[in-house]
Design a protein around this ligand. Structure first.
Ligand code: NCD
Length: 329
């Protein structure tokens, strides 16, 4: 593993499988009466959020706390300092406080890369979403969820998504989730199809390792998982589709459309959902939708990432009933 996690594209298949297998061990800890591990005791994890977040910020905090790290939450919203200076000054402050890991979400694509390569800080940098670029831990928790649901919990460590057909639908243009998922799913051997209105498909998509379709109904029967994306109004500076109604009619997932999917296929959504836009309440609340499960899996996956970046040679999960478990009490 490298020292930082900036992009899903940087992960080799071995790295990705190691993270997913470690996340599986972490998920087992969640079933124990005492959910906390001593692994990162004495380490400091800073959550540095320049952009709004519910799930990602909370789950990084929960993950670090379950590993016994000290957690500092820094929300930079409202800062009037210019972006470059602000990031540098903040980074130097975090370094002075001895941050071992900085989890950063930023509205500018490339900010985590800048932090990791600037020399301002000595610890690990984890990208928790940068602009429209990448969101690697979301892709990892999505892959974890797909492995559990589509490959099965008993298939053993190291199982992968080879040959699984994953469809990602909606605002691909503004989605760091889509970009990270395409890279990681390709690394894990899955076949990815993107479906979106032509205006919401990024320029250069032909170089991405996936197919592109404009016909959702044609793709649904051939999908093992369908990931619906939020229409990201806050990043839109023009009209990308005629009306919300028209968007929902052509690219939204409702009960009738879901019925076209294979029986065991799942519906995913990274959240936050625009109910009535890209997904109806009926689909969002159905058993086939894994949105809430994805959030729970996010904690295990982020524990695995923090452990692998910071944990060194200590075993992640000690067997029960030995001295280290005693330490936990
Ligand atoms: C996504 C994000 O912030 O990129 N959400 C998340 O992390 N769970 C997707 C979105 O905002 O639509």
């Amino acid at each position: 593993m490298k020292r930082h996690l900036i992009s899903a594209a940087d992960l080799s298949r071995d790295d990705a499988v190691l993270i997913l297998d470690t996340a599986e061990e972490m998920a087992r800890v969640a079933d124990r009466p005492i959910k906390k591990l001593p692994t990162l005791r004495g380490r400091t994890v800073v959550n540095l959020f320049f952009e709004d977040s519910t799930r990602t910020r909370i789950s990084f905090e929960a993950a670090a706390k379950r590993l016994s790290a000290d957690v500092i939450n820094f929300s930079a919203k409202g800062s009037s300092v210019s972006k470059g200076e602000s990031l540098k000054d903040t980074a130097l402050t975090l370094e002075a406080m001895g941050a071992d890991a900085v989890v950063i979400r930023h509205h500018d694509s490339g900010a985590p890369h800048r932090l990791a390569t600037s020399g301002w800080i000595g610890g690990s940098v984890v990208n928790a979403g940068d602009g429209t670029h990448e969101h690697p831990t979301q892709a990892l928790l999505d892959a974890f969820t797909m492995r559990r649901r589509l490959v099965g919990p008993d298939a053993g460590i190291g199982r992968d998504l080879a040959g699984r057909r994953i469809t990602i639908v909606g605002d691909i243009l503004h989605s760091r989730v889509a970009r990270s998922n395409v890279h990681l799913l390709n690394t894990l051997g899955a076949e990815v199809t993107l479906v979106a209105p032509p205006t919401l498909v990024p320029i250069g998509v032909e170089t991405w390792p996936c197919e592109v379709s404009y016909d959702l109904d044609a793709v649904l029967p051939k999908s093992d998982a369908v990931m619906m994306l939020r229409v990201q109004r806050e990043r839109m500076n023009a009209a990308f589709f005629p009306t919300e109604r028209e968007y929902a009619r052509r690219y939204g997932l409702d009960g009738d459309r879901m019925a076209r999917m294979p029986e065991d296929a799942i519906v995913m959504h990274p959240g936050p959902m625009n109910r009535g836009m890209e997904i109806t309440a009926e689909v969002a609340d159905s058993d086939r939708c894994t949105a809430v499960e994805q959030v729970a899996n996010g904690v295990s996956t982020r524990m695995a990432v923090l452990y692998l970046l910071l944990g060194g040679s200590e075993p992640a999960v000690a067997p029960q009933n030995n001295a280290r478990t005693e330490e936990n009490k």
